[in-house]
Design a protein around this ligand. Structure first.
Ligand code: ZN
Length: 261
């Protein structure tokens, strides 16, 4: 394992993926697609955070199917896509750095031993190598595309587990938001026309600054229209399901993009 940063101890080595991945960077769409919980990769040096491989396949490590949906939307709309290179268990890019869930010690009942008793410097290292590059990349693309006549629109793609703490979740998709009610309402109206899905209005979660970071900071704070999709993971268990949801959401977003011109 060779270090990336000239002799300075780093978490990431040359065998690890980058902290942020980008696709369709020059896409023509106004939409910018982000996927915060895209993967379950753990940097090699962190030795799987002492978890077994089975735990890393679960929803605690990544949003199952979300990256596939995000890629489908990005491809259909010709929209730039940014997504994380590492698991939310290493550091959750959708939590503020002072949140207790930023580097979770327990997730859905599973103890993350590799996150226990972390020193302040270890926490700072994860923030500077994994969290900050991701958010800097989102900030830069928004800045590049900021145009008062044609503002970017930020779309975050997540997925949620069908059962959490023995409670079944009935919604097929959650349209979640904080300030950006206009876009959310438009999407819900179109989804009702184009599907029979059970749509959660700010369910199973709502977007807020205590439990989210990406949408409040990059969307609401810049007065950019935004929405966070939460798709139930049993819909995304195969490629067909992923394609179906990506196509449906892209279709709806395209209708809205045309109306907004
Ligand atoms: Zn998520």
């Amino acid at each position: 394992m060779s270090e990336i940063n000239n002799g300075k101890a780093t978490i990431l080595t040359y065998s690890d993926p980058p902290p942020v991945n980008k696709a369709n960077q020059n896409g023509k769409s106004r939409y910018i697609i982000v996927c915060d919980h895209a993967t379950n990769v753990i940097p090699e040096k962190l030795k799987l955070l002492s978890l077994d491989k089975k735990s890393l396949e679960k929803h605690i490590a990544l949003d199952i199917g979300a990256l596939g949906v995000a890629k489908t939307i990005s491809d259909i709309l010709d929209a730039p896509l940014l997504y994380t290179g590492f698991s939310r268990l290493v550091i959750d890019v959708n939590r503020s750095l002072n949140s207790k869930d930023s580097i979770p010690e327990v997730s859905d009942g599973i103890v993350i031993s590799g996150n226990k008793n972390l020193s302040l410097s270890a926490r700072k290292q994860r923030a500077s190598e994994l969290f900050e590059p991701y958010h800097e990349a989102i900030s830069s693309i928004i800045t590049e595309r900021f145009d008062f006549n044609k503002m970017p629109i930020l779309i975050a793609v997540h997925s949620f587990t069908p059962i959490l703490q023995n409670i079944k979740r009935i919604w097929d998709i959650g349209i979640t938001y904080d300030n950006s009610t206009y876009l959310a309402e438009k999407i819900m109206t179109l989804l009702k026309i184009k599907s029979d899905y059970n749509i959660g209005n700010n369910q199973p979660y709502s977007v807020n600054r205590q439990s989210d970071y990406t949408i409040p900071i990059h969307g609401d704070d810049h007065s950019i229209k935004n929405v966070l999709f939460e798709i139930r993971q049993d819909h995304l268990s195969d490629d067909q399901g992923i394609a179906r949801w990506g196509e449906l959401l892209a279709k709806i977003l395209r209708v809205i993009e045309k109306q907004e011109k």
